[in-house]
Design a protein around this ligand. Structure first.
Ligand code: GLU
Length: 590
């Protein structure tokens, strides 16, 4: 879950390069961070609690090699002591880790009994002590790190810097990419985008591989075998991105305003690739879609589109809860995985199991060079550009728009689907460009500021959409939100309906409209305050958020006001909009 960044080259401002890299990785974890560099045989480090924010100067000495880390704590509180990199007893090396050492208690007790002292509550420190233990017997540093790493259970990626300027990094889980350029500089990072401005070539290190650099050359080794493996560089095909907000106050709102372009980009799909996948869907025995959090909802909406438009019996799974399906996976099945990072641990685990059982994988990933893409038989790139806000908006829309297009393609209606996607892009642009619409959501946010609970209703194409609305509200406002199928309300949640309760309903001009409005009357009769998101007004609405009527893709349009509402609520409540408490964007731990 954290971000790892390392630098080795000719510059003397390694700390600065690392700091800039960490800023670009901060979406991965932002509770604390640290940088360690080597100068004249001495390792110096700086650690801080909180976000990197606007920090530009670290006060570290000149150096041409170092490592850094942004943390998303899993073991041990968010404190300075627990922040990475962690230093060895004699300051002869430092370690930063991404992941969880699942057997850390066992290792810690063993090392403790052998006399090793522990200063922190992290599982990372166990790795430090383990390397120290190995170094007593194994003189070669790389071999000692390798031996230590082999004892770790769980998905882990580590980066180690020693007093001679050696960087060693091992991967068995979270991503690790090595970049280089014509100057021979080396960059180590958790993603490609963070160094796209510096590197021209890269290696996506695979699970079970480790790299060693002495500052200029790089060696790739199998962790189990210890044997050298062939290094093959690939071109960095990603445009460097600005870390800036480009005039917006937050990344979240900037990214919402990018939705029209992102949807347009979906319309520029590689038709042949989509056709190939469509043919495979038709031949498949079972079709699963999978994701976690917001992407789990995208997966469910894609499954809806597949069932509704393509008449394919798609089943959606949540990454952390797919267990009961493991025995059902079989050759001839297909699993479709949309993903922001392509590294979500929960989903990767299911994919690996499914693959072993012969299931083919199709992925649509926003981050280039990911594990999920590597594991896929049908590879699609979301192409939404970097989504910096932890609260996903544009990537969610891109994924479901792609799912809609896939469903139409399967049905032999690629052209019609394409036309609808293009209209959608225009309609969302028109909606966002109209200041009246924005004001209306803003005013609603003011009205809801004091509410503790918000209910959301939807049906059919809008059910997953209001669930995504729920997720957005919870993520940004920390309020309790509850989404349910409109008709199910009468079976339980009707007990909670009383004067003043807020109910948001997304309802399109479709065949279930009357049904949904019937449920709305039931909550209204009990005094609820009803907010309607629709292209048509209804007398049941106390507050009306008007959107364009987009027929088959109207549900995709409806998510935009919900995203805006979550944004303005967070803003009004004074929350950290782009980095809500406790969550990180790329959840690479289980
Ligand atoms: N498990 C480590 C910790 O809690 C690393 C977490 C991370 O990946 O940021 O410090």
């Amino acid at each position: 879950m954290c971000g790892i960044f390392g630098y080795a080259g000719r510059r003397h401002d390694a700390a600065k390069v690392i700091l800039e890299g960490l800023k670009r990785l901060e979406y991965r974890g932002y509770d604390s961070w640290g940088v360690a560099v080597l100068t004249l045989g001495k390792i110096a480090s700086v650690k801080k609690v909180g976000a990197i924010g606007e920090v530009v100067e670290l006060g570290l000495p000149k150096s041409s090699v170092g490592i850094g880390h942004t943390r998303w704590a899993t073991h041990g509180g968010v404190t300075l002591k627990n922040a990475h990199p962690h230093t060895s007893t004699h300051n002869n090396f430092v370690v930063a880790q991404n992941g969880i050492v699942e057997n850390f208690q066992t290792l810690k007790s063993r090392l403790f009994n052998k006399g090793f002292k522990f200063q922190t509550e992290t599982d990372t420190e166990v790795i430090v002590r383990l390397i120290e233990e190995k170094l007593k017997k194994i003189k070669d540093f790389r071999e000692a790190v390798r031996a230590a790493f082999l004892e770790l259970d769980g998905r882990n990626t580590i980066i180690v810097l020693d007093e001679f300027g050696k960087i060693i990094a091992c991967r068995n889980g979270s991503p690790l990419i090595i970049g280089t350029n014509s100057e021979g500089e080396l960059l180590f990072s958790s993603d490609t985008l963070s160094f796209a401005n510096l590197a021209t070539k890269m290696i996506v290190v695979e699970n079970g591989q480790m790299v060693e650099s002495d500052g200029s050359a790089i060696g790739l080794f199998g962790i189990k075998s210890g044997r050298r493996e062939k290094v093959s560089w690939e071109k960095v095909d990603v445009k460097s991105h600005k870390v800036g907000k480009e005039g917006f106050d937050h990344f979240m709102i900037k990214e919402i305003f990018e939705i029209p372009q992102v949807v347009d980009q979906v319309a520029n799909q590689d038709k042949k690739a989509l056709m190939d996948l469509s043919r495979f869907v038709i031949r498949s025995k079972n079709v699963y879609t999978i994701g976690s959090g917001t992407t789990g909802i995208a997966a469910a909406q894609i499954a809806y589109f597949l069932r509704h438009f393509a008449k394919v019996n798609a089943i959606s799974l949540v990454g952390a809860d797919a267990y009961e399906c493991y025995d059902l996976f079989q050759k001839g099945d297909l699993m479709i995985a949309p993903s922001q990072s392509g590294e979500t641990a929960d989903v990767l685990e299911v994919i690996e199991i499914a693959k072993k059982r012969g299931v083919k994988i199709a992925s649509n990933v926003n981050m280039p060079g990911s594990m999920m893409t590597k594991l896929s038989d049908f590879k699609f790139m979301t192409g939404a550009g970097p989504e910096v806000s932890v609260v996903s908006t544009k990537v969610f829309v891109a994924h479901i728009a792609w799912g809609y297009l896939l469903a139409k393609t399967i049905r032999g209606k690629y052209g019609e689907g394409m036309g609808n996607i293009k209209n959608l892009s225009k309609a969302i642009k028109k909606y966002l460009d109209d200041a009246k619409n924005i004001k209306s959501v803003r005013d609603l946010a003011k009205l809801l500021m004091e509410e503790d609970d918000i209910y959301l209703l939807g049906k059919a194409q809008n059910f997953q959409i209001i669930r995504e609305g729920m997720v957005k509200l919870i993520e940004t406002s920390y309020k309790h939100a509850h989404a349910m199928p409109a008709g199910d309300l009468k079976h339980y949640a009707i007990t909670l309906m009383e004067k003043g309760v807020v109910v948001i309903v997304a309802v399109s001009a479709d065949s279930v409209r009357a049904d949904v409005l019937n449920s709305v009357s039931q909550v209204k009769a009990r005094g609820a305050y009803v907010v309607g998101i629709s292209s048509l007004v209804s007398r049941e609405f106390d507050y009306f958020l008007k959107v364009g009527d987009l027929e088959e893709v109207s549900s995709i349009m409806n998510v935009v006001p919900l995203q805006l509402l979550a944004y303005y609520l967070a803003l009004g409540l004074g929350h950290n909009v782009d980095r809500p408490r406790n969550i990180a964007k790329s959840v690479t731990v289980k």
